[in-house]
Design a protein around this ligand. Structure first.
Ligand SMILES: [Zn+2]
Length: 323
């Protein structure tokens, strides 16, 4: 008998992934859309279209939809307050989508959704206290405290990427007024900047050759180069992972987590990359927290946001049933 399904939607800065998910968090149908250069009405239409497709192909009864969006969410009103990379501002996104889809809709920040998924079904499974970092174009953070996703007073908490690791550092990305945040110093964008600098210092390196051929130095390419070509690209990645480790040392002191999970496109190579982050935590964090924490790669890859958004929808339905 076909079971219950929810649809999870992960909206990134450039693409959308949607999938039909069952209560065991298996994904039954997946679809994707490109989101580049859309205005707000077209963005909404594109999301509706993807959900309708997943709903038709779900193989079970779809009861709700969860969205992870790259935005600060005011959970008092369901308003997407501001999104860095998508044309969403001051829109009651949940209400708009619920009206269009005729289904209950739940909305949260995309990094929170990745954290929820890793906690329910991935590398932070079973942890009471966990930190999940998603290192991509920006650095997203999610906090699991007391076994639950921690959102702050109105839903805007857990912005771990905006932790300062250099007081007089460069201005942060997007709408952040701060300087020297780990996001600006250790995201995929920072990796490209550091790789370009190192390529300039080492004109003989594979990294410099790739740059000269006109390829943009993004995270996945540099990770691949580090694997094949060695020194210059590895140096750029190590620098970035070291900076992530500086931030993690503070998170370890503040939260005493059992586990810190690191995912996202920049960290696609997983465990072999994590050494410099572990070394920073060992050198900087206080005992006994530093000795008890595990720093591990994410397990759910690109589907983490989608699975987390589907979890959010199941949780929302259960909460509504209790009231
Ligand atoms: Zn910032």
């Amino acid at each position: 008998m076909p079971g219950r399904r929810t649809i999870g939607v992960d909206m990134g800065g450039s693409k959308l992934l949607a999938g039909a998910v069952d209560e065991e968090l298996s994904v039954h149908y997946r679809t994707r859309r490109t989101l580049a250069d859309l205005d707000q009405p077209t963005l909404i239409d594109t999301a509706v279209d993807a959900v309708e497709e997943a709903r038709e192909q779900a193989g079970g009864d779809v009861e709700a939809v969860g969205f992870g969006i790259p935005s600060l969410i005011d959970q008092r009103t369901g308003t997407a307050v501001i999104a860095i990379n998508l044309p969403l501002a001051d829109i009651r996104f949940g209400n708009v989508m619920a009206e269009r889809l005729g289904l209950p809709v739940f909305v949260d920040n995309d990094a929170n959704m990745a954290a929820l998924a890793e906690h329910r079904a991935g590398a932070a499974r079973g942890a009471g206290e966990a930190i999940v970092l998603t290192v991509g174009t920006g650095i997203g953070g999610g906090l699991i405290l007391g076994g639950r996703l921690y959102r702050g007073s109105i839903g805007a908490g857990g912005e771990l990427g905006h932790t300062v690791i250099q007081a007089d550092g460069p201005p942060c990305q997007g709408n952040c007024p701060n300087r020297g945040c780990v996001e600006v110093l250790a995201s995929g964008t920072a990796l490209a900047i550091e790789a370009t600098r190192i390529a300039g210092e080492r004109p003989e390196s594979g990294l410099a050759a790739v740059l000269e051929d006109g390829y943009p130095l993004d995270g996945p390419l540099i990770t691949e180069l580090a694997h094949d070509d060695g020194a210059a690209s590895s140096e750029a990645l190590e620098l970035i992972v070291t900076r992530v480790g500086v931030a993690i040392a503070s998170f370890v002191n503040i939260f005493n987590p059992e586990v810190v999970v690191i995912g996202g496109g920049v960290m696609a190579a997983g465990a072999p990359l994590l050494g410099p982050a572990r070394a920073e935590v060992a050198a900087r964090a206080l005992p006994p927290s530093r000795d008890l924490v595990s720093i591990v790669p994410a397990e759910l890859g690109v589907e983490a946001g989608l699975i987390g958004a589907a979890c959010l929808a199941f949780d929302g339905l259960a909460e509504a049933a209790r009231q």
